[in-house]
Design a protein around this ligand. Sequence first.
Ligand SMILES: [Zn+2]
Length: 460
Amino acid sequence: MGFRMAGLVAFAMVCSLAGAQTEGIGDRTFPTLGNTGYRATHYDLKLNFKPETNLLRADVTMTAVAGVALSKFSVDFSGFTISSVRLNGVTVPYERTSAKLRIKPKAPLVKGTRFTLETVYSGNPKQAQSAALPPGFTSGWITYPGGAIAACEPELAHTWFPCNDHPLNKATFEIEITTPRPYVAVANGIGSSVKPGTMRFVLDKPSMTCMATVAIGGFGILKQVGPKGLPITNYVPKGQESRFKQPLEVDPKFIQYLSERIGPYPFETYGTVMLPEDVGKVNQLMASSAIETTTIPLFGSMGAANPGTLCHELSHQWIGDCVSVTNWGNDIWWVEGFAQYAEWLHVEMTQGRQAYADTVRAAFEPYSGPGRWLKPGHLSAQEMFGAQSYIGGALILHALRRDLGDAKFFEAIKAFVAKNRYGNGSVRDWIEVSSKVSGRDMKPFFAAWLNGSTAPKFAR
Ligand SMILES: [Zn+2]
């Protein structure tokens, strides 16, 4: 990570802007992402994609509110050829760097003003190297023989659309996709057909930019109904419906289980996408992974859809997508930790308490000795998606459950989700909610588990 971060820090220093606005929204792990000068409230993406030529033509309108007087401002954006940028419908001058599109309004935008920024662009989308993935592993917009997907966590949304690319600025989305027939397109939220070859998806709850997705391919559609009539739409490679129906089925009982314990399911729809095997020809990582997105996670066809990962991605709808990180490296442990823990909860729900205890013991064993603990409190980009956050975070939640007891443990999580619903959570919130339900100061508990080199003993 050294080379990349050194470059990014230098870049951040040369592009600070006048006034109270800064480029870089304040993330310790990704210091150049985002802009503090405005708040995007909605993205309207009109996409026309031709898989055969990998040509994306896009017309993206960001609606935002100026947080300070803006004589100029920037969005995160890289690649493509821009044909026009319009502010409130009027063409404006702009300049570009490798990852920022900087706009100069003809007259400064007054603090509190609502504005629209429309960017029209086209070109061949490319996979990108995330700082959170090992060198050589790419994600972002991935065109494969037969379609395309977008998988952008944590910092690659701006490689296919201009945005304030950080979880601190969540927004609603409308994504309209036109593709040649017979391709099927899916994105976040509730879909409807606009006309043959064009689908529109509406997500009317705020989402992180990096969880915006599209999946384009030859898909068949399988429907399920969840608790309280929740519509669940699963997309599988056309002609392989019977092969993937069962492996992709979401367990409605587990949706009910989480809804009762940590709060109502937070979105209007849910579903999964089984990626065609051809994704593996251009990206082995995606072909073998399960990928979190808001309302419609993607599963690689090389065994990624199993009961554990289905529960993992489902649970992210509450913790990860509805409640998101404030700072990637400080908060990823409770996002991935909770999703890993949800897998263990599903083991407990379906196989009983002993199976749960055995699972936790096996996970803890390698990290339980002196100096061997995972210390997930302050992770670098490269550490974000490893055992430190997944296993370390899940074991902290197990320790919290042992400390508080079942009822208060779930009461604390429910309070954490309710407090930060559609917003951002932090370690401070975990300390606050667990201190409140326990009647004790839980700061020492979290300090020991997050930052100590040796795992504390489990309570009781
Ligand atoms: Zn996850």
